[in-house]
Design a protein around this ligand. Structure first.
Ligand SMILES: [Zn+2]
Length: 338
């Protein structure tokens, strides 16, 4: 009896999801927040940092047959620029301004974060990407010769768009980026970095789309609790210093996780050491990798998984990789136009 009842429901769901797919090619990305189990505390804050960028990317590679080639082309271009930066004149030498459009989706007053809170996030991005963050002095001697210094990227708040919703969580299937799915479409994504602020769910702090993906979903997503700076004793700690966005903007600018998303994996950057895997919490500097050569791990790199207070640097190689996007022919060259 049960089976007979279930079948029509399945059929209806299939028809519905096919219709949805036809209208919105992004709608078939599964929601990782419901398929991965991340331990969280009573406030829903994960015990360990979790970013869904790699997993969402893997899914997009499966769904979009052209994406792998596009990414390979971007990688080849990045390698060329990195090996001979002087051959690639950056379009506007000096500072690149990245206008940021913040799309806030809220059901509760806590989710409807204030303008001041958003501005504190912009300040953190500007400090971290200019290497004027107060904690940069903590970089151990091992890494002072490979620190990025000023990346010459400036983030400017362009617009805040707010939308009330009944959704309790949005997952990682990009529905927050689509008006059709109750979210907010990106605003001019080839000249603005769009940031969606909403409850993601599943203990996921944020995720970003790598260069090469569809402009319809380009940008970063940060869970409302982890935007900007909040109190150390508040419910967002230890992810309360705005570093989730620094990490996600790193992905948006083509940086990989420092462990290369596999054991002693490759993050495509020469001056970062091999890491066994992600580091969590706040490891003491000097942690040795079990990878070949036993290098000291750069646990304080923004692209590791450590706590906000324990990540405070990009490497010089990471900077070159980010800059390559803005060169003529680079994926984010549209941001470098006057
Ligand atoms: Zn990440």
């Amino acid at each position: 009896m049960k089976k007979i009842l279930v079948l029509p429901v399945v059929l209806v769901l299939l028809v519905f999801s096919c219709t949805k797919m036809a209208q919105d090619p992004m709608a078939n990305v599964p929601d990782l927040s419901s398929t991965v189990e991340i331990p969280v505390n009573a406030q829903g804050v994960p015990f360990q940092r979790t970013c869904a960028s790699y997993e969402v990317h893997q899914q997009q590679l499966k769904d979009n047959p052209g994406l792998a080639k596009k990414m390979a082309d971007i990688e080849a271009f990045t390698k060329k620029v990195s090996s001979d930066p002087s051959a690639y004149r950056l379009v506007s030498p000096g500072v690149y301004e990245i206008p940021v459009v913040v799309n806030v989706l809220y059901r509760t007053t806590e989710e409807n974060i204030s303008d001041v809170q958003i501005q504190s996030q912009i300040q953190v991005l500007n400090a971290d990407f200019a290497a004027t963050n107060a904690d940069i002095i903590k970089i151990p001697n091992t890494f002072t010769n490979v620190k990025a210094g000023n990346t010459n990227l400036r983030f400017v708040l362009a617009q805040i768009i707010r939308k009330s919703t009944t959704k309790t969580s949005w997952g990682t299937n990009n529905s927050m980026k689509s008006t059709l799915n109750g979210g907010i479409n990106p605003t001019s994504p080839t000249t603005n970095m769009n940031m969606w602020v909403c409850t993601i769910g599943g203990g996921i702090l944020g995720y970003a789309q790598f260069p090469g993906g569809s402009s319809a979903t380009d940008g970063i997503v940060i869970d409302s609790k982890y935007v900007g700076v909040t109190s150390n004793s508040g419910p967002s700690a230890p992810y309360n210093l705005g570093r989730t966005a620094t990490h996600e903007v790193g992905h948006w600018l083509n940086l990989r996780h420092i462990w290369g998303d596999s054991r002693c994996g490759n993050d495509q950057v020469n001056d970062t050491p091999a890491h066994d895997a992600a580091n969590y919490g706040c490891p003491a500097p000097g942690l040795k990798s079990l990878c070949k050569g036993g290098p000291i791990e750069m646990t304080m790199n923004y692209m590791d998984y450590t706590n906000d207070a324990c990540m405070y640097m990009f490497s010089s190689g990471q900077k070159t990789r980010m800059m390559a996007l803005f060169a003529q022919g680079g994926f984010r060259n549209s941001f470098a136009q006057p």
